[in-house]
Design a protein around this ligand. Structure first.
Ligand SMILES: N[C@@H](CCC[C@H](N)C(=O)O)C(=O)O
Length: 274
């Protein structure tokens, strides 16, 4: 199985080119690929499949996806679970398509389980993605070791709870999942902890559903900016995560995420290993 390894602000992915949808990618196979000791190691897998070859729960993609984008990002979390959307993943996916000669630099759509996402990129450098309109769902809470954090529930196609803290985020213990009420989050939730550190400037850490603590989360940074923006309205936000810096733009209609997307290696798994 051929693979490429890449990351966006150290949110890292195993990219599997599978244009004709021939790979049978089980949850177990994804978990083995993402294993940081016994596998290649990653926060998730990006399967690169032509939209027309994509099987979505036994059904094909709808007409909007089919006519809107040649390539589908089939994203999986490190534990093998499927998620609707991955912001850093779309940026790394786009960089891979251009690097592999499968798309030209410029502006075009990628199909995802959360709909079409428009990416903008040059032959090298940063990648920007239109993440769509964030949906603010009201207050929520999570706790770490009994300490309660209050925040805002936000849907970015996938579920988020963005909690404000006034202490440096480095002090948080994210070695295990924050506790939350499963009745409120029946599909689980990605939990962000953010602290304002300047004018429209946040620091953030995240515990991702299906992947644990990661060094960055694109959908999570947009959710944190939405929660922090509150009444302050549209604008550009700088979000510092352990893996680097992302820029989020909120304009009241949609949201944009911009930052680095880097390919670092390519190879082939050993015959029979997976
Ligand atoms: N790291 C991603 C989000 C990946 C999906 C998430 N773990 C979920 O289950 O919803 C990002 O950059 O957005």
């Amino acid at each position: 199985m051929r693979f490429v390894k890449g990351h966006g602000t150290e949110n890292d992915f195993v990219i599997l080119p599978d244009p004709d949808g021939a790979l049978e990618l089980t949850a177990e196979a994804v978990a083995r690929l993402c294993d940081r000791r016994a596998g290649i190691g990653a926060d998730g897998v990006l399967r690169v499949v032509r939209t027309k070859a994509m099987d979505l729960d036994g059904a094909g993609p709808d007409d909007a996806l089919l006519s809107g984008a040649e390539w589908f990002m089939d994203y999986r979390n490190a534990d093998g679970s499927i998620a609707e959307m991955c912001g850093n993943g779309t940026r790394v996916f786009a960089r891979y398509l251009v690097d592999a000669g499968l798309a030209a630099p410029g502006e075009w759509d990628i199909a995802t389980r959360a709909g079409l996402k428009r990416v903008t990129l040059g032959a090298s450098g940063e990648v920007s993605v239109d993440m769509g309109a964030p949906v603010a769902l009201g207050p929520g809470e999570a706790s770490i070791g009994g300490a309660v954090f209050r925040g805002e529930r936000v849907s970015m196609g996938n579920p988020h709870l963005a909690c404000r803290t006034d202490r440096p985020v480095a002090a948080l213990d994210l070695s295990r999942a924050p506790d939350f009420d499963p009745a409120v989050y029946p599909d689980g939730v990605n939990v962000e902890f953010y602290r304002p550190v300047g004018d429209r400037h946040l620091e953030m850490r995240v515990f991702e559903r299906g992947s644990g603590e990661t060094r960055s989360c694109g959908t999570g940074t947009v959710a944190a900016a939405v929660a922090a923006a509150g009444e302050s309205g549209p604008g550009e936000w700088t979000v510092d995560v352990p893996g680097g810096r992302l820029t989020v733009t909120l304009d009241g209609r949609t949201s944009h995420l911009r930052g680095p997307a880097v390919l670092v290696a390519e190879g082939e798994t050993r015959p029979g290993w997976i």
